[in-house]
Design a protein around this ligand. Structure first.
Ligand code: SF4
Length: 380
């Protein structure tokens, strides 16, 4: 097995299917073969927190635990949690009256919260705190009579949740091509906000076009595209410059994953493909390839990347170098309903998710001072 270390841990492991090993042939190419592994990649703090929230709800309260929408956009994570007793539903109306439901990392609108209350559901809100930040911005700007131009993808759960916080005052801007057709009531009282998982470059282009039309357009108080999305895009930009092929691990409905494919192609990769599992890598993708770039979306457990590296090693790409463009140490506290264990005692994971491999992080989690650390956000 190829050895890597990026400080992330996942207990959502699936057994390797032995028949899938040695599926790829080690065909000769002119020059050497190598892998450039982007870092950061994989799990962000918001995903880590949301996955643990479901695991811990199952542990504390027993199965079934209902989850509205996919807790995070990754089919492996969802199917693993289903095996543990989670039941995923599209609407709170599908949850039995009085049952327990977890809201996903992508957030919900106030209408969903009201729907849950109408059914006397016991809710656990695993909305990423960085999505909640955008919700609060939307409410504040709406209260101050601004019109909000929300840059994001129609139909995405996060966009639905954010728009639901200021439905009368929000207009969705899907892409730069949308800008010419935007209709506003007062062009001098506009602010733009965005989905957290967009392409930074495309969003800035959309903002540039919006500002051409509406010169007094205000910026959000801080970046809405989250640190994890930005860091993964910076890392793959660097890798893509030297890659003949980029493989992005992640699911098709994961916005930040799909953006990584786009960014890799924009920044020089000759080809880029998304896979959920290593078994989807095709032999012909590797024809004539010297350098393979590998990364993963923010909802992808590291075990899935490791399996891609194993398969690439079978094909002769066992020389793996990490390309590190940032160190991440952000952790979020768990939802307040889950900060105690089943016996009612404080749970150390409440301070920020799973135990990490890095020694200083283990120290931090065990320390009383962790709440004061800049690397930890306590969300209520
Ligand atoms: S991708 Fe960003 S906004 Fe989404 S869960 Fe992760 S940290 Fe939060």
């Amino acid at each position: 097995m190829t050895s890597i270390s990026n400080g992330s841990v996942s207990d959502l492991e699936i057994p390797r299917i032995p028949a899938l090993r040695n599926r790829l042939e080690n065909r000769p190419v002119a020059g050497g073969k190598r892998v450039l592994l982007a870092a950061p990649r994989g799990y962000c703090a918001g995903v880590d927190r949301a996955v643990i929230a479901v695991e811990k709800a199952l542990e504390n309260f027993g199965a079934p635990v209902y989850v509205r929408k996919q807790i995070v956009h990754n089919i492996h994570v969802v199917s693993t949690l289903e095996q543990k007793g989670a039941i995923f539903v599209d609407d709170v109306g599908e949850v039995p009256v009085g049952a327990r439901v977890v809201f996903s990392a992508h957030g919900v609108s106030p209408a969903v919260v009201r729907g849950a209350a109408d059914r006397q559901l016991q809710t656990i809100d695993a909305t990423c705190p960085l999505v909640t930040k955008v919700h609060r911005e939307a409410m504040r700007f709406a209260r101050d009579d601004f019109e909000i131009l929300l840059i994001g993808h129609a139909g995405h759960e996060e966009v639905e949740g954010t728009m639901g916080h200021a439905p009368e005052r929000t207009t969705l801007v899907n892409s730069p091509a949308d800008v010419a057709n935007i209709v506003v009531k007062n062009p001098d009282n506009l602010v733009w906000l965005s989905q957290t998982t967009l392409s930074v470059d495309e969003t800035m282009e959309t903002v540039r076009l919006l500002r051409e039309r509406f010169p007094t357009l205000q910026n959000p108080p801080s970046d809405d595209i989250c640190y994890a999305t930005q860091n993964r895009q910076v890392a793959i930009k660097k890798v893509a410059q030297d890659a003949d092929l980029v493989i992005v691990v992640g699911s098709a409905n994961s916005s930040n994953t799909v953006r990584l494919v786009d960014v890799a192609l924009e920044y020089g990769a000759a080809a880029a493909y998304r896979v959920d599992y290593a078994s989807e890598i095709r032999q012909e993708w590797l024809d004539g390839v010297n350098t393979v770039g590998v990364t993963s979306g923010a909802s992808v457990p590291e075990v899935l990347v490791q399996q891609v590296l194993d398969d690439l090693a079978d094909a002769g790409y066992g020389d793996v170098s990490q390309v590190v463009t940032a160190e991440e140490d952000l952790m979020f506290s768990l939802p307040k309903e889950l900060r105690k264990d089943a016996a009612g005692n404080p749970d150390e994971r409440a301070l920020g998710g799973r135990i990490r491999q890095l020694d200083w992080q283990k120290t931090a989690i065990a320390s009383d001072n962790v709440i004061a650390s800049d690397s930890v956000i306590i969300d209520d």
